[in-house]
Design a protein around this ligand. Sequence first.
Ligand code: ATP
Length: 370
Amino acid sequence: MDQVILRHVTKRFTTKTLGDIVAVDDFNLSVHEGECFSFLGPSGCGKSTTLRMIAGFEDLSEGEIELCGRPVSIKDKNLYIPPEERGLGMVFQSFAVWPHMNVFDNVAFPLQIQKVNKTEIAQRVKEAMKHTSLTGLEEVFPSDLSGGQQQRIALARAIVTQPKVMLLDEPLSNLDPKLRETMRFEIKELQRKFNFTIIFVTHDQSEAMAISDRMMVCDMGKIMQIDTPENLYNKPNSRFVHSFLGESTFINVVIQDGKVFAAGDTQHPLDLEIPKDAGRNMVVATRPNSIDLLKPGEGPGYPTRIDKRIFLTDRTEYLVQVGDQTLKIQVPHRISFAEGDACHVRFVSPMWYPAEDEAAEKERQRRQLV
Ligand code: ATP
């Protein structure tokens, strides 16, 4: 069953300095029961606005939202269910624990609001604290606890209401890298135990990839692609998604007389199969670790020289010229070249995209997102 459904959800803001902004443009998506679904994208792409509309903190300009089979926002019918009646668990970036309450009272708070009886509160808080490794800290005040522990209080307070859907907005961004990794596992473990659906907002791609079953990548208020982390990485549908997930290296090419030339070199064609729908000016995209670097004579490839060699911990990075562009290649240490050495480069399963989308670049500048 789909637990969170967005149909044609749009949100417009009118700002004093930037004019009209379509923060969320016609979003359609369904999040399945028990799924961990991430919203991923650069700053200003609309992640938080979408989450706030699902939570009920923000009204829609158009469209409708359904949670666990119940409509909670329908713009056309003026239907709007307030956040406290949506039955969601929420954890936000700032820990948002109440400093004047001890840990027990912080966790118990949502149940007190719901007027649950004292015996049940005690039992449910105990359970939530056990699952977030807070047992024994009932009387302690949050200011005496670490960032990780404070974030656990926020998690405990979210699970104590036994929500079917949990909204997590950059919940780990205030923690140090080691703790972030631990908390990721803890969140997944909690999800396994309580079987809630997660919507996770982050701009950290490796965090999203580690935690998600599926992800939505968006840019400037538009959904660019929704898929599994693996498919988003291996089969990105646009240059934007390709460059947003993992390392990318792009070469502008010109197709002429059935041959592919890197911009700036009309002498040595690249040995690439031209896709059927290719225009004249295209971009060939690949990952720095999906390029063969060969000694001349080892095999065919584009002839060039090593410009720069950078020794990294687990691989060596080389920069080479292809036409008038610089190509980054990463290979295992056992493949070794010196700066100035002649070499051949060969792309392994590259992707093709149309040349730069100037309209998108202009809009990015207008929104001051560059
Ligand atoms: P970040 O990662 O920086 O939090 P985000 O992807 O969550 O970014 P949003 O906060 O959803 O992005 O913002 C989307 C767009 O809407 C941005 O251009 C932002 O400036 C604009 N915006 C968001 N909230 C408001 C508001 N209350 N008033 C006017 N504009 C807003």
